[in-house]
Design a protein around this ligand. Structure first.
Ligand code: ADP
Ligand code: MG
Length: 220
């Protein structure tokens, strides 16, 4: 895939939950393009529609109107997701969690484990390999989630408030891990956050307010 190729594009993409008087417009017609190499922060207060926009990008939600188009070159593991709560499987240890997408993809177990260990090392979490999720901290779990995404070599990493529940310093290390993962795989990275310090570490920022993705020049 060449540089500057568009991976996902939203054209006037809207997402409404519910109907009639109960309808909530989570995203008003949003226009957005994510290209290879992008490092984008989507910033906004709680309830502004950040997660909804990310779910549209990921294909977890279909737009109520408008379109979201993903590049056909994005394979089944082309998009790597990291959520606010780490979503590690409690019964599997850290390296098994990191290897899981590869095992599900049918790779030999030894190869999956080796790739997962290398990914854990890159996010400075190799020493956690044999621990269970309950034996590690929230920040460590988020770094393991970053390693799991890294192991699957995605073309696009979507992280929804990955630092939301962490203190500043721990959040910084999680962001380090995601940036390392993106740099190492060449993936584009989109991070939602309400923390300006987190947003400042990405190369571009877009603001959401009450479901509207503001144009860059609208932000005061
Ligand atoms: P953010 O991630 O910025 O906190 P969300 O995208 O989660 O914002 O939510 C945007 C709006 O959509 C909020 O008003 C929220 O209550 C509403 N919303 C989100 N998900 C659902 C859902 N599954 N059903 C109904 N309303 C929802
Ligand atoms: Mg959210």
């Amino acid at each position: 895939m060449s540089r500057d190729e568009v991976l996902v594009s939203c054209r006037d993409a809207a997402l409404t939950f519910g109907r009639g008087a109960q309808a909530v417009v989570a995203v008003h017609g949003a226009d957005l393009e994510i290209g290879t190499g992008d490092r984008l922060a989507v910033v906004g207060p709680s309830g502004s529609g950040k997660s909804s926009l990310l779910h549209l990008l990921a294909g977890l939600e279909q737009p109520t109107s408008g379109t979201v188009t993903r590049n056909p070159s994005l394979g089944p593991y082309g998009i790597g997701l990291v959520f606010q709560s780490d979503s590690l499987i409690p019964a599997l240890n850290v390296v098994e969690n990191a290897a899981l997408p590869l095992v599900l993809d049918g790779r030999p177990e030894a190869e999956a484990r080796a790739t997962a260990l290398a990914s854990l090392a890159l996010v400075d979490a190799a020493d956690l390999a044999d621990r269970l999720p309950e034996e590690i901290s929230g920040g460590q779990a988020q770094r393991v989630a970053a390693a799991r995404v890294l192991a699957q070599s995605p073309q696009l990493i979507l992280a929804d408030e990955p630092t939301g529940r962490l203190d500043h310093r721990t959040g910084g290390r999680v962001l380090d891990a995601l940036l390392t993962a993106a740099d190492h795989t060449g993936a584009a990275l989109v991070v939602t956050t309400h923390d300006p310090a987190v947003a400042a570490r990405l190369t571009a920022r877009r603001t959401m307010r009450e479901g509207r993705l503001l144009a860059p020049e609208e932000v005061s």
